[in-house]
Ligand binder design. Structure first.
Ligand code: C5P
Length: 251
């Protein structure tokens, strides 16, 4: 596996568009990109057939539906996601230990039944739109960082593979939860891209240097005049600096 394809597996392009046509055009344009994120908007508009179409184009799907319900319902939804070939999927850690455990068991069982690889389960801890004050309003007394760590530890104990967290939290999560617990970081902005509404941002290179396993990048690529050029520019910036040969980033 060469360096470029190792890096390409780390970049998740967020398909934050409203239709299948727009989404599939991006998937086709971004020939080198391996993983695409389908979130609530696109999934609600187009349904699961889109996942199969992305898969048919030889790419992986990160199904970002942030599941949160009673354990039985979430486990059933996870089974369906496995049948639709999701490569990664998200669930809310605040759904509790049992919900996450049942989800992890369901993912493993269904993948075995189907003869495929188990999808990576990623827990959402505290949404980056929430600050300490809003946490108190919903009865959480810890500050955001401590709450993120508390929920990340619970997710790990429950058998979840990793978490989605803000770029600022990457290092501490890796330190506290261990190298093998995956970190997926949105809020990524190359130096030449606009921040948009993202407040706590990092460049792709810094996020990888801090230990992120996957980067979620939306508008800097999909809203660029040429998505393909923007994607390749990000890859070039990373390729020059990252050594992925041992699964580590030595920069
Ligand atoms: O366009 P941009 O690069 O900001 O897109 C980031 C993607 O990551 C969006 O799909 C957004 O919903 C998602 N995300 C985020 N912050 C989180 C969790 C997910 O920006 N904390």
């Amino acid at each position: 596996m060469n360096k470029t394809s190792d890096l390409a597996k780390k970049i998740i392009v967020a398909l934050d568009v409203g239709s299948k046509e727009k989404a599939l055009l991006l998937v086709k344009q971004l020939e080198e990109a391996r993983v695409f994120k389908v979130g609530l908007r696109l999934f609600s508009a187009e349904g699961p057939s889109l996942l199969q179409e992305i898969k048919n184009l030889g790419r992986n799907v990160f199904l970002d539906l942030k599941l949160h319900d009673i354990p039985n319902t979430v486990a059933d939804a996870v089974r369906v996601a496995v049948r639709h070939n999701a490569f990664m999927l998200t669930l809310h850690s605040s759904g509790g230990r049992e919900m996450m455990q049942r989800a992890a068991e369901a993912a493993a069982e269904e993948a075995e039944k189907k003869g495929t690889t188990k999808p990576l389960l990623l827990a959402v801890t505290i949404l980056t739109s929430l600050k300490d004050e809003q946490l108190r309003e919903i009865g959480m007394e810890e500050d955001t960082l401590n709450q993120v760590l508390k929920l990340a530890k619970l997710a790990k104990q429950a058998g979840v593979d990793g978490i989605v967290c803000s770029p600022q939290e990457i290092e501490i999560v890796k330190r506290e939860l261990g190298e093998d617990f995956l970190v997926v970081a949105p809020g990524i902005r190359p130096s030449w891209a606009a921040a948009h509404d993202q407040k706590r941002i990092l460049t792709p290179l810094l996020a990888i240097q801090k230990g992120a396993d996957f980067l979620v990048i939306g508008r800097p690529i999909i809203a660029a005049e040429s998505p393909q050029e923007a994607y390749l520019k990000i890859m070039e910036e990373l390729e020059g600096a990252v050594d992925t040969s041992h699964g580590k980033n030595s920069v």
